[in-house]
Design a protein around this ligand. Structure first.
Ligand code: NI
Length: 223
């Protein structure tokens, strides 16, 4: 597990520090790690429960002159839980998914020359491919089972509604969603948002982030 804490504070005018980072490290080791272990031993083993235990133990232990902003628990390289210090009842869960697809950036309303000028290589008539990474974030209050949502339901919903629909497809020609919509990463993100919004009740969809390359992503967030 990876535990991350974010703090806020005013940098000291002399040192430029918000606080000595050793004090952050010490607080996490002294208070959060034992609380996580305790929760685990007591059978409260969901990511939400472990994060809540850490948050509760840390709440009054912010290093002098700082306040906690949020905590994050990474359960696997693709699964993370986050909680803001001001809203300890709400947990955000983010899982990453991936699909491979080809697309062509092209607008029929523009001339071929304009399309080439705007989209460059991405206008190549036969398309080109990406390995898209989709991060989906849900938020809610952990229910009786200790979770915002059952992880299997979360994963199955994204798989059925998004991944199976787009994986190994040519977005322009295979997917009706993009028949009249240029499959830019912005539009892909909007389409994925609309396919997922409202599917996870009582948890809420709060963010969809789509990485088209390691350098480029688009995201849609709840207002
Ligand atoms: Ni592309």
């Amino acid at each position: 597990l990876v535990l991350r804490a974010r703090l806020r504070g005013e940098p000291d005018p002399v040192t430029g520090y918000i606080c000595n980072i050793k004090h952050v490290d010490a607080a996490l080791r002294q208070f959060a790690v034992p609380a996580i272990n305790q929760a685990y031993e007591n059978g409260r083993r969901s990511g939400e429960a472990l994060l809540a235990a850490a948050g509760q133990a840390l709440r009054d232990q912010a290093p002098a002159g700082t306040r906690w902003f949020s905590w994050e628990l990474r359960a696997t390289p693709t699964l993370r839980y986050e909680m803001e210090a001001d809203m300890p009842n709400i947990v955000q869960i983010t899982q990453a998914f991936e699909f491979s697809a080809s697309h062509r950036l092209h607008c029929p309303s523009l001339s071929d020359e304009e399309n080439r000028r705007i989209f460059g290589k991405c206008n190549n008539p036969n398309g080109h491919g990406h390995n898209y990474q989709v991060e989906v974030s849900l938020a809610g209050e952990p229910g009786e089972a200790g979770s915002v949502i059952e992880l299997a339901r979360f994963e199955a919903t994204v798989k059925q509604r998004v991944i199976d629909r787009f994986d190994h497809k040519h977005l322009n020609s295979d997917c009706p969603e993009f028949r009249d919509l240029n499959p830019s990463v912005e539009n892909i993100t909007r389409v994925i948002w609309s396919l997922l919004d409202g599917q996870f009740a009582p948890a809420r969809l709060v963010r969809v982030r789509v990485w088209e390359t390691a350098k480029t992503y688009a995201e849609v967030t709840a207002e």
